[in-house]
Structure formats: structure tokens, C-alpha cells
Design a protein around this ligand. Structure first.
Ligand SMILES: Nc1ncnc2c1ncn2[C@@H]1O[C@H](COP(=O)(O)OP(=O)(O)OP(=O)(O)O)[C@@H](O)[C@H]1O
Ligand SMILES: [Mg+2]
Length: 315
């Protein structure tokens, strides 16, 4: 569905060139739900806008939904849906009018448009809202309408840019269920997110982007397993002493953290050994690797620190 090679985009600004995307390779198979995860400014939207023909790449090439991005952009557009990062529907417009207008844009007949709009309103739980102005819909309803608008022409491949940003937890869950259903119905989905829980929950496979380059790839589980071991955090006044036993240990105040394989099984023996050495322990925590640990391992930074806007949603 997507095969991109060396896709790059440089913006020229007053302050000099900005390499937003630095030559990425992307492969997405038919039927996959792929998450494109990265912090703010990583290059997610720029990549998406290139893959959807909205932005000219400065280098590279791609086949998207069976059509060449550079020589047949119209072919690409006919076969993809795109839901941008900001709301697509006009605030003062009625829901039904927005859908009808979009359907006209895709060249559907009036009859087809009405039938398709009816289907989609039902599918995205928007029945009975045809006459409402878009602005009166809840955030979750608006987002579902955006997606419905991207699905009017039955695209084989749907691009979603940050689908759940600014939604409350319940609306996010509902939206996620709808996105999973799109995949179950056979649509290939490529979505960007900077939310770890969203990436984890939705994606068959993840591509992790940072500073315009892809730094990791795999299923959420594969990526988590690639981080070696569980993180153990011990609270002890002898943190420095304990740290000498583990090469990767980090000491912070009266806490020492390090990684050990199979923490749940190996921890009891480890604690006994420390007790025998006379180490006084105040607290013990074990963390299974999360996608944040994956990001930290890959880039030396935490994704959490950079996504304050989404703080409440980081599972
Ligand atoms: N039109 C533009 N002109 C100059 N720089 C740009 C332009 N569009 C994007 N950039 C820069 O390119 C980089 C990548 O931006 P992009 O919007 O692709 O990031 P993102 O991963 O989508 O971030 P976010 O999570 O905030 O949506 C950023 O440094 C951004 O400031
Ligand atoms: Mg973006």
C-alpha cells in the first residue's frame, strides 16, 4: 500500500533550511494499521502530507495505493483518504451539507452521496445529527465526522494525522474502536500520534520517527522486548553501594535504578542478596518496559517530557 524510499523535505525559512524529514523509507502492507509515533516536530505531519500529495518532497520517491506519488498524484488521491491534524469540517456548516460537499468533491452522484453519507453517519454513530451545525457536535463527534468525510469515496488507504488529540479519555476510546473497525473492514490505516497509549493500543506495527529520521520499527511488543530487561528502582540510603553491583545503574538521591531480565522472577533472589550485604531497603518498584522506555533507549530522551499537552493521556 505504501512503499516510500528516501522521502525527504527541506523547508527554507528566514532562519535557514529546516530538514523536517531526512530521507525515510516506509513500507505498509495491505490491511495493516501502522502507527507513526514521534514527539512534536519530529516530522510526522510533513511525511503524511508528502505521502498524500499535499506537499512536494525535496527528494525520494513513493508508490502509494498502487500509484506513483510524483508522476500520478491524481491516482494516489483517488485511492486514499486523508484526515488532517486540524478539524476538516466547517464549523458553521450542517453535518449533512459538509458530507454532501465532500462527496461532490470526490465526484459522487447526488444519489450515491446521500446513500454513502447515510451509511457513514450510522457507522460513526452520528445518526440523527445531519441537521446540526458542526460546531455544536462534541469533540469526539467532530473527529468521527472528519473521518467519515475521509471515507466517502471508499479509499483503500486512510491517513489520519493525530486522530485523538484534544479528546477526553472516553471519546478517545470510542474513536479508537472506530479506527479498529475500519481496519477490520479491510481499510489500510496509517496514523500519526505522539501518544504512547494510542500507538500501543491501535498499531499492528509502529514506525518511530525522531528529528526527521526513522529510529525504530516493529510491533509494540517487539519494540518493548527490544529494551533489555525490566527497570528496578530501589529506595535505599546505600544507593551508591548498590549501584556498584550493576554496570548500568543510575543513582538519584536515595534511589538507584537499573535493568534486570525477568524482573518478576529474579527480584526476590536479588533482594535476599542485598539484605545479606546489609543494605537497608525502603521501597522496591519494578517496571515492565513501556513504549516510552523504547523511545528513551532509541534516542536518549523520554517522549513523555516532550508531550506535555498530552500528559493526562499518557497511560
Ligand atoms: N511550512 C514549514 N516551514 C518551515 N518549517 C516547517 C514547516 N512545516 C513544518 N516545519 C518544521 O518541520 C519540522 C517537522 O514538523 P511536522 O509538522 O512534520 O512535525 P510533527 O511531527 O507533525 O509534529 P506535531 O506532533 O507537533 O504535529 C518542525 O521542526 C517544524 O517546525
Ligand atoms: Mg503534526
Amino acid at each position: 500500500m505504501i512503499k516510500a524510499r528516501g522521502l525527504a523535505r527541506r523547508f527554507t525559512t528566514k532562519l535557514g533550511p529546516v530538514d523536517a524529514v531526512r530521507g525515510v523509507d516506509i513500507d505498509v502492507a495491505e490491511g495493516e494499521l501502522v502507527g507513526f509515533l514521534g514527539p512534536n516536530g519530529a516530522g510526522k505531519s510533513t511525511t503524511l502530507r508528502m505521502l498524500t500529495t499535499l506537499l512536494q518532497p525535496t527528494a525520494g520517491e513513493a508508490i502509494v495505493a498502487g500509484h506513483d506519488l510524483l508522476s500520478d498524484p491524481a491516482g494516489v488521491r483517488r485511492n486514499i483518504g486523508y484526515v488532517g491534524q486540524k478539524n476538516g469540517a466547517g464549523a458553521d456548516q450542517r453535518v449533512a451539507d459538509e458530507l454532501a460537499l465532500q462527496a461532490r468533491f470526490y465526484g459522487l452522484s447526488k444519489h450515491e452521496a446521500r446513500r454513502k453519507a447515510g451509511d457513514l453517519l450510522e457507522r460513526f454513530e452520528l445518526q440523527g445529527m445531519e441537521k446540526r451545525a458542526v460546531i455544536t457536535l462534541s469533540g469526539g463527534q467532530q473527529r468521527r465526522l472528519d473521518i467519515a468525510m475521509g471515507m466517502l469515496h471508499d479509499p483503500r488507504l486512510l491517513f489520519l494525522d493525530e486522530p485523538s488529540t484534544a479528546l477526553d479519555p472516553q471519546s478517545r476510546r470510542n474513536l479508537w474502536d472506530h479506527i479498529k473497525q475500519l481496519k477490520a473492514d479491510g481499510t489500510t490505516v496509517f496514523l500519526t500520534t505522539h501518544y504512547l497509549d494510542e500507538a500501543d493500543f491501535l498499531s499492528d506495527r509502529l514506525l518511530v520517527i525522531d528529528h526527521g529520521s526513522i529510529v525504530g520499527e516493529g510491533s509494540p511488543d517487539e519494540l518493548k522486548n527490544s529494551v533489555s530487561g525490566d527497570l528496578v528502582v530501589l529506595g535505599t540510603p546505600q544507593a551508591a553501594v548498590v549501584a556498584t553491583k550493576f554496570p548500568d545503574a543510575v543513582v538519584e538521591d536515595e534511589k538507584v535504578s537499573f535493568r534486570i531480565p525477568n524482573g518478576d522472577r529474579s527480584l526476590p533472589g536479588l533482594l535476599r542478596d542485598l539484605d545479606n550485604l546489609g543494605v537497608e531497603l525502603h521501597s522496591v518498584q519494578v517496571h515492565r518496559p513501556t513504549l516510552d522506555d523504547v523511545f528513551l533507549t532509541m534516542t536518549g530522551r523520554s517522549l513523555r517530557e516532550e508531550t506535555n499537552a498530552g500528559q493526562n493521556y499518557l497511560g
